[in-house]
Design a protein. Structure first.
Length: 472
């Protein structure tokens, strides 16, 4: 039986050093691991006990099971040949920040429960705002994911319609018209989930057609808003996307802004993926028009090498965000509450993690120039890969390549492309994902991992061509 209290100090030191060594070795050897977990559903569960241990076990046994059980069941998101979804990666300073955050274990619900978390968050998000070239009127707050950030933005927009929805709700009200949110056909599914969660219903969201480059058609948006107003609906929010999930397309925000202003609609910009690219001076144009948006979300855990999870919502109307969510019971009242910002006033969560610490450490360690250089290189590698596709009679590009994502397919039927993707993924040497563009199954190769080099990109191109030859 172990002594009461925590792990002994010396054991903590010893195991801590061993785990840092283990992580360093993991990164050193990750290139040799299969990117996609080579197991079947239920394999890991079958190897685990059906009940927790009655007596405590040694850390040596637990760490041994990392290698024996956990690593073989991992899909390695930090693998340099992980090209699926939006490629992301953690980094050493971010890992240290996560470690310290876990040690401090702050619950940043009020300023006084974690002054460091509250004030560091405000400072580091202002640094990021400046690096991205956003308007000084945009104040930031950290949530976990873009799904949650966008939900809060739409909730603030709903509060701004001045229909007493916070007080009276939406059901059973004959005086409340159907509220409409407008998105492009390429918008992320999280927006629809937010609309459902907020009680607006799927009928409350209208999808707008896109142009040949998968960008929202501003003319179609204007026509849809006019039609809905004639039908007695209340248009109140537009969600534009800078870096859509399928293609990384960039909606024409400068054309969307005047429509929102004419009809007094809130403009929320989903820049979860691409927003980070604005730290690169020559890519800052991707946020053109966003200086007039009401809110914008970007995810440092996608392309700023910060461990998952950390999403930033920038909002021009923090008063509406607070009005939508602030609820302070007596046991949370403090003498300084009118002079400080408490994170729990701006969202559905009460307790909040000390996420700002890891972003602060990443930004300080790499600096803007270091972050920009890495993103710039990823974009170069994407253009290089796209050039190989463009020059080959066997492959075709399916969308422009403005950033680090390439959408392409083999010349041939969908079944061939699906087989190529599954073969590549099953090989363990790379991981791709797919989408559907112009009713064709399309492969996606996303470059965004801090460890990805040109060698890895050349390797996956060779692998793709090998699979194509073997399947034809």
């Amino acid at each position: 039986m172990k002594k009461l209290g925590d792990m002994e100090k010396e054991e903590f030191r010893r195991v801590g050093h061993e785990l840092i060594d283990w992580i360093a070795d993991y990164f050193d050897n990750i290139d040799e691991l299969p990117v996609l977990a080579a197991i079947e559903p239920g394999d890991l569960k079958a190897k685990l006990p059906t009940s927790a241990p009655v007596q405590g076990e040694s850390m040596e046994a637990i760490v041994a099971d990392l290698d024996r059980l956990i690593v073989p069941a991992l899909t390695h998101w930090s693998h340099p040949s992980f090209f699926a979804y939006f490629a992301t990666s953690t980094s050493a300073p971010g890992i240290f920040g996560e470690l310290l955050s876990a040690a401090f274990d702050n619950k940043a619900m009020l300023w006084r429960t974690s002054p460091a978390s509250t004030e560091l968050e405000e400072v580091v998000l202002d640094w990021l705002r400046q690096m991205m070239g956003l308007d000084p009127g945009m104040l930031g707050i950290i949530y976990d994911t873009a799904s949650v950030s966008s939900l809060h933005a739409i909730a603030a927009a709903r509060e701004g319609v001045e229909k007493r929805i916070r007080e009276e709700g939406m059901s059973g009200r004959p005086d409340l018209p159907l509220l409409r949110v407008y998105v492009s056909e390429q918008s992320h599914s999280s927006i629809e989930k937010a609309v459902i969660t907020l009680g607006l219903g799927q009928r409350g969201m209208r999808k707008i057609s896109t142009d040949s480059e998968f960008r929202m058609d501003a003319g179609a948006l204007a026509a849809a808003v006019e039609e809905d107003k004639r039908n007695g609906y209340l248009p109140f929010c537009v969600v534009a996307t800078v870096g859509t999930t399928s293609t990384s397309s960039i909606d024409p925000v400068p054309e969307i802004v005047p429509i929102c202003e004419e009809h007094a609609m809130w403009l929320h910009v989903d820049a979860a993926y691409a927003g980070s690219a604005a730290v690169v001076p020559e890519l800052r144009h991707i946020l053109a028009g966003c200086e007039r948006a009401d809110s914008l979300v970007t995810n440092p855990h996608k392309w700023l090498f910060t461990p998952f999870d950390l999403s930033v919502l920038y909002c021009r109307h923090m008063d509406l965000l607070k009005r939508a969510f602030s609820l302070v019971p007596e046991y949370l009242r403090t003498p300084e509450q009118e002079k400080v910002r408490s994170g729990s006033d701006y969202g559905i969560q009460l307790g909040r993690r000390f996420r700002a610490l890891k972003l602060w450490m990443v930004m300080r360690y790499f600096g803007q120039e270091g972050l920009a250089a890495r993103i710039r290189e990823h974009c170069r590698l994407a253009r290089l890969f796209a050039s190989w596709v463009d020059e080959s009679p066997d492959w075709e590009l399916m969308a422009p390549v403005p950033l680090g994502l390439v959408c392409f397919r083999a010349a041939g039927p969908d079944a061939l492309n699906e087989s190529i993707m599954h073969s590549v993924n099953a090989s363990g040497r790379a991981l791709l994902s797919h989408t559907r563009l112009n009713d064709k199954l399309t492969l996606r190769l996303s470059i965004g991992n801090i460890r990805t080099t040109e060698q890895h990109v050349r390797r996956v191109w060779k692998l793709l061509n090998e699979q194509l030859r073997s399947l034809r």
